[in-house]
Design a protein around this ligand. Structure first.
Ligand code: SF4
Length: 398
């Protein structure tokens, strides 16, 4: 196998939002952005010279706020395009305050196909509660600019925001649909350790999000978005036909992907890992390892000067990889094909796999869709994802 998806992390934001525990820092200077862009461009060029990205089909520039790189960003997009000639989808994550009309057009010209905008809500009071620095009007302007430029647009929405109501959530969903975007992701707010929201909760200044309200919001999102023609192809993701995020689908279908930048994650099959091991400064792994999950811990990049990056690695056997593929496949409405289940039966044992599938069916979490020869989550399985994922992941243990 070869690298089929590339993730590039841009660890800068204009300001930190109050709920955010992503790996990003408020940007300190233009020089810092120049240096980051030059280093990442050189790293991607070096991978291109080795031919490591020729089979790469999707790329995602995430963060942080990639659009904070401003006029530097189209150049980085071009580098990725040159390095990965088979690319079918290239997404830039963006925040409304830094996606100008000029930048949207320049990104499209450079070869980006898709923008993923952190909108969160179309309500200025809620945005302010989150510590977001954009307004609803700015979000609409950014969506319009990206669509006019010819980019596919995805927006993120969040439920359980302080001061959010059933009415305001309904209005946010209505505005999202009316904006004409092809893809919408919906997430419940979580209070993460070490964030300003965490400290506010501890001080009694903020209530934890109401889980019942969030469950209602998720249900309401599904109802409103499905009736508006969006397909719920993943637990948190809705798309108009043909607008699914292929990069995210790659994460859930067991293909090798490479992440560059601090905190970026990679997942490499054994052959790809062995091919990159010396370059990345990684250790030899035992013979039974079939898949390696890697998380970059430091800022340094491969091919850079001085010490290379440091990584955390998780080693998976063939059995664990087979269980993981079934578990990840259950995130998607389309589930997993029969041949993936046959592979799991060969690796794990037919009795154990059949018993796990039977349990998922008997608990109403999944079912066989005979005409497609696929095993798929039910609506109950979608709502109780952790139970369904647990049944599949238990197959990893003998
Ligand atoms: S814009 Fe996104 S990555 Fe940046 S601080 Fe806010 S939530 Fe975090």
């Amino acid at each position: 196998m070869a690298i089929e998806a590339l993730y590039v992390h841009v660890p800068y934001c204009q300001a930190k939002c109050r709920y955010c525990d992503f790996d990003s820092v408020a940007c300190r200077s233009k020089e810092e952005l120049d240096e980051y862009t030059a280093g990442m461009s050189a790293c991607i060029e070096a991978f291109a010279r080795r031919g490591d990205l020729v089979a790469c089909l999707t790329a995602y520039l995430g963060g942080g706020t990639p659009t904070l790189l401003g006029e530097r960003l189209p150049g980085l997009v071009e580098k990725i395009r040159d390095a990965a000639p088979s690319l079918r989808e290239l997404t830039c994550e963006a925040n409304p305050e830094s996606l100008t009309r000029e930048l949207a057009y320049a990104l499209c010209d450079a070869g980006a196909t898709r923008i993923s905008l952190g909108v969160q809500a179309f309500d200025d009071t809620e945005l302010s509660e989150l510590g977001r620095i954009h307004t609803s009007a700015r979000a609409h302007a950014a969506i319009e600019a990206a669509r006019d430029a010819g980019l596919d647009v995805s927006i993120d929405l969040m439920c359980g925001i302080p001061l959010q109501t059933t009415e305001s959530w309904g209005a946010t969903l209505d505005e999202a649909v009316a904006s004409g975007v092809g893809h919408i992701s919906v997430y419940p707010l979580t209070v993460e350790e070490g964030t300003p929201f965490d400290r506010m909760c501890a001080a009694g200044e903020l209530d934890e999000p109401d889980e019942d309200f969030q469950a209602w919001c998720m249900d309401e999102a599904r109802r409103a978005l499905v009736s508006a023609g969006y397909h719920p192809y993943e637990v948190a993701s809705y798309a108009r036909p043909g607008k699914e995020c292929q990069h995210n689908v790659a994460y859930w279908t067991g293909v090798s992907y490479l992440g560059l930048g601090r905190s970026a994650a990679s997942m490499l099959d054994r052959e790809t890992y062995d091919g990159l091991r010396d370059l990345l400064g990684l250790d030899k792994v035992p013979g039974e390892v079939r898949r390696v999950r890697i998380s970059q811990k430091t800022d340094a990049l491969p091919f850079g000067q001085g010490a290379g990056p440091a990584y955390d690695c998780e080693l998976l056997t063939e059995r664990e990889a087979a269980a993981e593929d079934l578990m990840l496949g259950m995130r998607m409405t389309r589930g997993v094909p029969a041949d993936l289940i046959d592979r799991a039966r060969a690796v794990v044992g037919a009795d154990a796999v059949d018993a796990a599938l039977a349990r998922a069916v008997s608990e109403g979490l999944a079912l066989w869709v005979e005409q497609d020869a696929r095993f798929c989550p039910t609506e109950r399985g979608w709502l109780m994802g952790n139970e369904l994922f647990g049944i599949m992941w238990d197959l990893a243990c003998p």
